[in-house]
Design a protein around this ligand. Structure first.
Ligand SMILES: [Zn+2]
Ligand SMILES: [Zn+2]
Length: 246
């Protein structure tokens, strides 16, 4: 078994709150510089920058998992990660169908740019990506799993936009592959506070919006190789795979 430094919650310049410096090329070079082995790209309610980060990562030997940070109707943030671009494309259709239409005001909400590998802007997203989807957190989870993706409620310890802050409880029907805690959270304290049983894996990711956030926060995945299948096994602690928050 090998150890992989993994951070599966990173925003690019496409997220309205993502720094303009968070271009695909910059993210890949910073991830490598800081010794990360696997990163996940999870912009708010859009997947449109994933493929380029994946391509640049592949060139330099960095594993990039395409994904998204969705905002459910209840304003719960959750991560969806996908194995391939067919699933990702289908998930993008789901996002396009369900995103509440609010025209973006860059001066107010921030820029939402899709850029190329030289950081040139290819297009700006017209609808505000920080808006919520018109579906429940359970419906989002079902869609992610229907596409064989990984579903992880985001920053569950935070007082806003988390499962517990928005719903006040863990929905019994919700099937999670893990729960993500935020960078300053303590795993043991979070487990006790929210009464999370030991069957559920906790992971810690950066939720990086700025270059300086990258590389400091990660989870160690103990598995055979840096693939989507192995990541899922590690989260579910199958076949002796596991994860560990350093
Ligand atoms: Zn979030
Ligand atoms: Zn985030």
């Amino acid at each position: 078994m090998r150890s992989f430094r993994t951070d599966l919650h990173i925003h690019t310049v496409l997220s309205p709150c993502g720094d303009l410096e968070m271009s695909p090329a910059r993210i890949v070079s910073l991830a490598i510089k800081h010794g990360l082995d696997i990163i996940g790209i999870t912009d708010h309610n859009s997947t449109k920058q994933c493929e380029l980060v994946w391509k640049l990562g592949k060139r330099l030997g960095l594993t990039v998992i395409p994904g998204c940070e969705m905002t459910s109707r209840e304003e719960v943030h959750c991560l969806g990660l996908f194995e391939d671009f067919d699933a990702l494309k289908e998930f993008q259709n789901f996002l396009d169908l369900h995103l509440t239409i609010i025209p973006n005001k860059p001066s107010l909400f921030g820029y939402q740019a899709v850029v190329d590998e030289d950081d040139y802007i290819l297009e700006e997203q017209a609808n505000y990506l920080g808006a919520s989807l018109d579906v429940s957190v359970e419906e989002v989870e079902q869609k992610v799993h229907e596409l064989s993706g990984i579903f992880i409620p985001a920053h569950i310890d935070r007082p806003r936009n988390s499962l517990y802050s928005q719903l006040g409880f863990f929905p019994p029907e919700l099937k999670v592959d893990a729960l993500q805690i935020s960078k300053f959270a303590n795993e043991k304290i979070v487990r006790e506070k929210f009464n999370i049983n030991s069957e559920i894996t906790l992971v810690k990711f950066s939720d990086a919006h700025y270059p300086e956030d990258l590389g400091k926060t990660y989870t160690i995945f103990e598995m055979e190789e840096p693939t989507f299948t192995e990541i899922r096994k590690a989260l579910l602690r199958k076949d002796e795979r596991s994860v560990r928050i350093p």
